[in-house]
Design a protein around this ligand. Structure first.
Ligand code: MCN
Length: 783
């Protein structure tokens, strides 16, 4: 390991820019002649639009245009795309209702887009929006997840019972027979609370149109600018697609919410041509709460069958997944393919059957949020395992160990083929680090102070490095999910790496440069990572599903191999030796067995000077590209242990220690990986104890600000103890497994298992607010 190579805790290169205020986010861009967009949003959850009168707004000073769904329809701007096709149990395709970028005839959630005003300033646009008169005929709102199916009102005509799909996975017969043989059955009803993603930087877009070139540009807060270009160009009718350039500069967090195609960027691009001026929109925090795609929102009934020795025989799960008012880009895949195949957890479960009803409601669309389906699956299996262990009088750690998968590869009954892992090793290390042995003593000590102490485990596994095109294509994605890279070596030996991944907080400018420095033996400072611009990077799939390390970096590694191979040829001419005699090590090409060698930079120069070989022998220059498509997902796994104390008089919960032992395969940068784990745990703790989007019966979002939606804060969290075990991933050349979501996947179950342990094992719902905890504590006190 070199000081800046693979495995080194290199400080993040990009942080110099960020912490000195030099980051450039979309809102920092101001284009010449720029106008501002303001969206008039529906104040009602469900209504028919009888009329929109925008005459007064249009006449106001500074107003350049007021547009509605009719204007978009007249220009044949299509429906916002919905992603993976899901088929119901009976084989029928999912029921995708229309999703125009501006409402046509109906609004379906509070915050839905009714009209857009484009004006000289944001204030003028906002004032004009207030002058628009919209007549609504109110309709009853469908709000609750569990009551959406068969509600009196339909959100979309195509789904009269509000069911988008009724999907299933697994062998029902095998599961029924496992339950018939069971000696013990554990049953749980669980709610996975609805979350609002809340990245620090809200979404923003600037649409621009160059009439002379017939060229559109979109500056946007995107995790996947190339996919955005492909979809938006088709959606708006821009052809060929390179007539739309998409630039995603620095992006201040996303957690999934910036993958999707939203109404606002679509309208900004389209309106830029309409008004002949660049059109800028920046979401305010209220708009972000109302209209960014939310996460989670599952209601689940789950059962686990055990034999007389405490071995798991089968799992039966029925989940209702709230998809909101419209199908967002990945909405159909999250509660299905990203959820049910992970219900096996780390356990050897012979039979699993899962049914998922995806339902429409008059609420904001629900889509991928950090973990996307996998935190929901982990919560189900880890709560079941915990309760089953307690009910059958077994130590929860020992119960888990008994049921762990111990040999690999392991084919689960629900699609996944786990490649490698060592779950026992993570458990051992975590138990040691958490000092589990002495927990009873600490619990007694808490009790002496009148406090209730609990400990909770979460053995999570996830499938990430979302890519193998064959696999995701077969699941219904309809597209492959590889990644691309191009390595350009300049004559001076400095290097530019163009990648289709797009860092929005994950430190790619550092870890990707570490890989290059390691492979080429060059200083990390000479490596520049280029991403987020469709005019610079030819195509890429973007960053989500913890794939950039395993897939994005593997594409770079493949391109680097080609650079080294070409460098060898160049060196052979320059050193007047046979190519077979050229060795490359520590940044130098040398002739084996001699002291004749050239540094990498010298060979780069030779490639461009190109006078020691003819064009017929070797092409000049040093630039190589690669596409990488792995053979499997990666399966990071680990054990998270939460220990907490409850004050039964106030319901206050103090997390005393949080131990995480994760297996992310080969680690590129341990400091960045730890940071990723910390962030994920914080979000998981937030889900368990604080966060929850709440709609009232009329479909008004009552938690639409940070006053009402409680984010976790530093003071809510202990100093995490983070450790690693390593089983290198066999499906990529670097041995990497994704780390970006693990904390958010594992933590909710660990916290809730600890909380229920403290409170006498009552099943408490997330978020476990102080009031809910206090009530449970009072019940636990009763004899
Ligand atoms: N890495 C490493 N060694 C490994 C695995 C990863 O050093 N064995 C490094 C990678 O090189 C990368 C980082 O860790 O710099 C995360 O890598 P990876 O797990 O591949 O995840 P992605 O880069 O694809 O990021 C996506 C992931 C997801 S899905 C969400 S959601 C998420 C997350 O990353 N959202 C984030 N982390 C986030 N962090 C911030 N700050 N903001 C977000 O919005």
């Amino acid at each position: 390991m070199t000081a800046s190579g693979i495995g080194a805790p290199v400080r993040r290169k990009e942080d110099q820019r960020f912490i000195t205020g030099k980051g450039r986010y979309v809102d920092d861009f101001n284009r010449p002649g720029q106008a501002h967009a303001y969206f008039l949003r529906s104040p009602h959850a469900h209504a028919t639009i009888r009329s929109i009168d925008a005459a007064a707004a249009r006449a106001m000073p500074g107003v350049l245009g007021v547009f509605t769904g009719e204007d978009l329809a007249a220009d044949k701007v299509g429906n916002l795309i919905c992603g993976w096709m899901i088929h119901s149990k009976d084989g029928s395709p999912m029921k995708a209702g229309p999703h125009p970028a501006l409402a046509q005839g109906k609004v379906r959630y509070v915050g839905d887009h009714v009209a857009v005003v484009v004006a000289e300033s944001l204030a003028k646009a906002r004032d004009a929006a207030e002058a628009i008169t919209v007549e609504y005929d109110l309709l009853p709102a469908v709000v609750e997840t569990a009551k959406a199916q068969g509600a009196a009102t339909a959100v979309h005509e195509v789904a009269p019972d509000n069911v988008v799909f009724n999907w299933h996975l697994g062998d029902k017969g095998a599961v029924d027979s496992a339950f018939a043989r069971a000696k013990h059955v554990t049953t749980l009803d669980l709610v996975n609370n609805r979350l609002v993603p809340n990245p620090i930087e809200p979404r923003a877009a600037i649409g621009e149109y160059d009439e002379a070139e017939e060229q559109f540009t979109l500056y946007t807060t995107s995790q996947n600018p190339h996919v955005a270009r492909l979809v938006l160009s088709a959606f708006i009718g821009i052809a060929p697609e390179n007539k739309l350039r998409v630039v995603a500069p620095d992006v201040g967090g996303g957690f999934g919410s910036k993958i999707f195609i939203y109404a606002e960027e679509t309208v900004c691009v389209w309106a830029a041509k309409k008004v002949g001026r660049p059109v800028k929109w920046t979401s305010d925090r209220t708009e972000a709460f109302l209209a960014d795609a939310h996460g989670r929102d599952h209601v689940t009934h789950a059962e686990m069958a055990l034999d007389e020795n405490g071995r798991i025989l089968g799992l039966r799960v029925h989940t209702v997944a709230n998809l909101g008012a419209y199908l967002s880009t990945f909405a159909s895949s999250v509660p299905t393919y990203l959820y049910a195949p992970l219900l096996s957890g780390q356990y050897n479960i012979p039979a699993i059957y899962c049914e998922v009803d995806g339902v429409y409601t008059n609420t904001a669309p629900v889509d991928a949020y950090r973990g996307a389906g996998r935190p929901e699956a982990t919560f189900v299996i880890e709560r079941l395992v915990e309760v089953a262990a307690r009910q059958t009088g077994q130590d929860p750690a020992r119960f888990r160990r008994r049921n762990y998968i111990k040999s690999f590869p392991h084919q689960t009954p629900v699609i996944m083929n786990y490649d490698v892992g060592d779950y026992g090793a993570s458990l051992d290390k975590a138990l040691e680090a958490a000092d589990y042995k002495h927990f009873p003593k600490r619990r007694r000590e808490s009790a002496r102070r009148g406090k209730l102490r609990g400990i909770g485990f979460s053995s999570y596994i996830e499938a990430c490095g979302i890519a193998p095109s064959q696999a995701v294509g077969a699941l219904g994605a309809g597209v492959g999910l590889w990644e691309s890279a191009e390595v350009r070596v300049n004559p001076t030996g400095s290097i530019e790496v163009l990648t289709g991944s797009h860092s929005h907080g994950q430190g790619h400018e550092t870890t990707f440069a570490q890989l290059v420095a390691d492979r080429l033996g060059v200083p990390i400072e000479s490596v520049n990572i280029v991403h987020g611009d469709t005019d610079k990077v030819q195509f890429g799939m973007g960053t989500y599903g913890s794939r950039s390390g395993a897939v994005g970096m593997s594409a770079i590694a493949k391109a680097l191999d080609k650079v080294i191979a070409k460098g060898r040829k160049v060196a052979a001419y320059a050193l007047e030796a046979g190519e077979g005699d050229i060795e490359f090590k520590d940044g130098r090409f040398s002739v084996a067995g001699t002291d004749r060698s050239l540094a990498f930079g010298e060979v780069a120069l030779q490639a461009y000077i190109a006078h020691k070989f003819t064009g017929a022998e070797l092409e000049p220059g040093l630039k190589e590209g690669a596409f990488y498509d792995p053979t499997n997902f990666t399966f990071p796994a680990g054990m998270h242990i939460c220990e907490l104390e409850v004050d039964p008089d106030t319901g206050h919960v103090t997390i005393e220690r949080f131990t995480a032992v994760d297996d992310f395969g080969t680690i590129i940068n341990p400091m960045i990986v730890e940071g990723q784990v910390h962030g994920g745990i914080a979000q998981g703790v937030g889900q368990a104890l604080f966060e929850g989007a709440v709609y009232d019966a009329e479909g008004q979002l009552v938690t639409a600000s940070f006053m009402d939606y409680r984010m976790p804060r530093a003071a809510d969290l202990p100093s995490f103890e983070v450790g690693m075990t390593v089983t290198p991933c066999p499906s990529n050349p670097l041995g990497i497994k994704g780390c970006g979501e693990a904390g958010a996947i594992a933590a909710p179950a660990a916290v809730m298992n600890a909380l229920t342990d403290a409170l006498g094992h009552e099943n408490i719902a997330m978020p476990a607010t102080p009031l809910a905890v206090w009530r449970a504590a009072q019940r636990a006190r009763q004899p």
